[in-house]
Design a protein around this ligand. Sequence first.
Ligand code: UD1
Ligand code: MG
Length: 465
Amino acid sequence: MTQLMHYPDLQVCVLAAGQGKRMRSSRPKVLHPVLGRAMIDYLLHTVEMLRPKGIALVTGHASEMVQEHVGQPQNLEWVIQDRQLGTGHAVNQCENVIRDVRDVLIVCGDTPLLRTETLAKLIDEHRDRNAVVTVLTAEPKNSYGYGRIIRDGDGRVSAIVEEKDADESQRNLREVSSGIYCVRYEALFDLLHKIGNNNAQNEYYLPDIVPLALKDGKTVETVVMEDASEMFGVNNRVQLAEVESLMQQRIIHDWQMNGVTIEKPESVRIEAGVSIGIDTVIQAGCYLIGSTRIGDECRIGPNAVLVDAMLDDRVNVFAFSHIHGANVGSEAKVGPFARLRPGAELDEEVHIGNFVEIKNSIINRGSKINHLSYIGDTEMGSGCNIGAGTITCNYDGANKHKTIIGDDVFIGSDTKLIAPVEVGSDATIGAGSIITKKVKEGGLTLSARPEQRHVTDWQRPKKKI
Ligand code: UD1
Ligand code: MG
């Protein structure tokens, strides 16, 4: 768990104006989800945990979409960069919203793996060393695409050279810039005003504040990240998948440390908004999506899909079941091959078996629907036993109608309940019935059955040779 910190004299500047051309998408890059949560949401959470004075979010490309998604958090200021002329130009747009702080922390919106602790270390070292500019650097396995850190004979940083501007020997350098900086506020905008765009991309590069600060005799420091993967930026969909897989390992690790058993962890998907109780076992191939909440001591899968599902304690979900927008009470059993759709509410100890679909229905305590049924728009009491193939015929082609079933009802196999219809408590319905009228409490109800005949002189057809 990330610890809440407190940096009241810090302003954060988040750069997210770029189009993300390499994503080839109609939506802005920072809105692409990683395990069900937009990239920008991770980043904003990470910087909010620092509890800074404020956050300036620079957007430009499709900024309305970003604004609509993020909403209006209390300490967030929107900064619009109409034309994306480079990272230095982007930070410069924040001049009017940043004031009266000691330092400005600059981060990019496309690095969801970044941790609050890493940023705190950068800020603390920057302050301990009394630096004016501190660059967070890393030594990834592959430095392609990143700005390379250039050091002088004494090992001190002298410049950052972008991939497109670098010569052969500079490209071979392993240490790169994460694109994350901590800069003394009083110096930042003076430095930014001096940046030019005489480079391969004709952009105003933020990294150019490094040589400019050194030229003014100011202290520039670097802090190396322990885990280079934290700065991985998403520029295309290959990197999106890589970052998602790293995030998945992190989330799975956290649940394992919290007492959840995960079989074949490489085969499951557990999204960021999911929560799981202790001693629950997640079996191979499960997908836990959206806001799914699972209680303690449950067993899920293999290959179950849970989307925005709520499961109480000690629930058993058997293989290949699909649960979407449904609530499941404790000690219930679901599946294998069951489908619970939105509005399905199962009370404690309910059993839903194979090839059963439940939609928008309340099933009370201990009722069992074990085989091949469709139950929709129904209220069912407790202790019922619904035979194989029972169907609530809830749709007349135009409108949906309700079926109400009392407690301790026994419905024989292959019964059709033509809604709207009611079945009283303790009723028994004979197999194959078509129920169109209210069924009285108790007793046996069955609809007329076709007469059974026996044809004695009948010959089975024989295969022609
Ligand atoms: C940038 C850095 C590079 C660093 C790398 C780390 C520069 C020039 N390069 O390269 O040194 O190693 O990040 O990932 O800073 N943005 C704006 N407005 C702009 C341009 C960019 O807001 O005009 C935003 C983008 O939306 C993005 C971030 O700044 O979130 C970085 O831009 P990007 O184009 O991804 O830069 P890189 O080429 O990755
Ligand atoms: Mg980038």
